[in-house]
Design a protein around this ligand. Structure first.
Ligand code: NCD
Length: 306
């Protein structure tokens, strides 16, 4: 099966077939002979207007592992953005220096704007509270690896479902599969109404609750998230909900057998470190899977993987 998309901006742009193809490609690239030469001569630019550890470094690592090289910035204060350069101008310049661009930006829609300007492929590494499609792909890859399937699972998403872009992308992607969803959030941080309407319209079996304990009992996947402090217009509102869910290993005693705990990371206090050594914890593996998944995405978009 071929792949005709130029960019990765929103998970909504992809069919179930295309998503499965990307996951298959990740599996394929893991054991591919000669992958260290696959992207030789290619340059990845990473333009990060917001903090990042995993996303930026795993994209860079993926490019280096496939024999390519990288350029870019991790803080716009050190670039001409600080002099007032527009995003479109920055993209026009950087596309002359690279073959593919990964961008993270605080403004929703920024990656789409970049893609409209650019002639090289653009990958959205997070645009405000909107979307984080490559995180979703590595999340699906992790679910597939740890549970052996994507269908017939109950997935609980916990924490900041309002501002968390990872869960926005993930909920949409999982709606393409046979997934029961449980949304665990305080009232002020629930899933946006338009996303809830979309999921309900598709007939997704979903429950919204404030109780983490109830969710632990029925979930196959517990997807914890950080309260997105930086997106709160009012710090007082953040103070009201910070630390609302903290998962400890003791709480996992009521879990279904085989429950896997995921988190896009970074964690603040949502998962106690005593969970790390349990069989349930897969969040460090999840972060590592990011490299493989992103290797596949770079290779696909650069036309080196069929
Ligand atoms: C997430 C993000 O940036 O949205 N981090 C990541 O990419 N792994 C989650 C977060 O910051 O809470």
């Amino acid at each position: 099966m071929g792949f005709d998309k130029k960019d990765i901006i929103s998970i909504r742009d992809f069919s179930k077939k295309e998503i499965l193809y990307m996951l298959e490609s990740a599996k394929k690239i893991e054991s591919m002979q000669g992958r260290e030469k696959l992207l030789r001569g290619k340059i990845l630019a990473t333009l990060f207007y917001e903090p990042s550890t995993r996303t930026r470094l795993s994209f860079e690592s993926a490019m280096l592992r496939l024999g390519g090289s990288t350029t870019g910035f991790s803080d716009p204060k050190g670039s001409s953005v600080a002099k007032g350069e527009t995003l479109s101008d920055t993209i026009r310049i950087v596309e002359g220096y690279s073959d593919i661009i990964v961008i993270r930006h605080p403004v929703e829609g920024a990656a789409r704007l970049a893609a409209d300007t650019a002639h090289v492929p653009i990958i959205n590494a997070g645009d405000g509270a909107n979307q984080h499609p490559t995180q979703t792909l590595l999340d699906l890859y992790t679910i597939l690896k740890s549970k052996g399937r994507l269908d017939g699972l109950t997935v609980a998403m916990v924490g900041d479902l309002k501002y968390g872009r990872t869960v926005h992308s993930l909920a949409h992607a999982l709606s393409l599969f046979d997934t029961r969803m449980i949304f665990v959030a305080p009232e002020s941080l629930g899933m946006p109404d338009d996303l809830l309407d979309e999921l309900k319209g598709k007939g997704v079996d979903l429950t919204s609750t404030a109780s983490l304990k109830d969710a632990i009992r029925s979930a196959d996947i517990l997807y914890m998230t950080r309260i997105q402090k930086e997106r709160f217009p009012d710090i007082v509102e953040y103070e009201k909900v910070k630390g609302v869910y903290v998962l400890s290993s003791a709480m996992l005693s009521s879990a279904k057998k085989g429950l896997k705990v995921m988190h896009p990371l970074p964690r603040v206090d949502e998962i106690s470190t005593d969970v790390d050594a349990t069989e349930n914890a897969v969040y460090f593996e999840q972060a590592k899977n990011g490299v493989t998944m992103r290797e596949a995405l770079l290779a696909i978009l650069l036309g080196r993987l069929k």
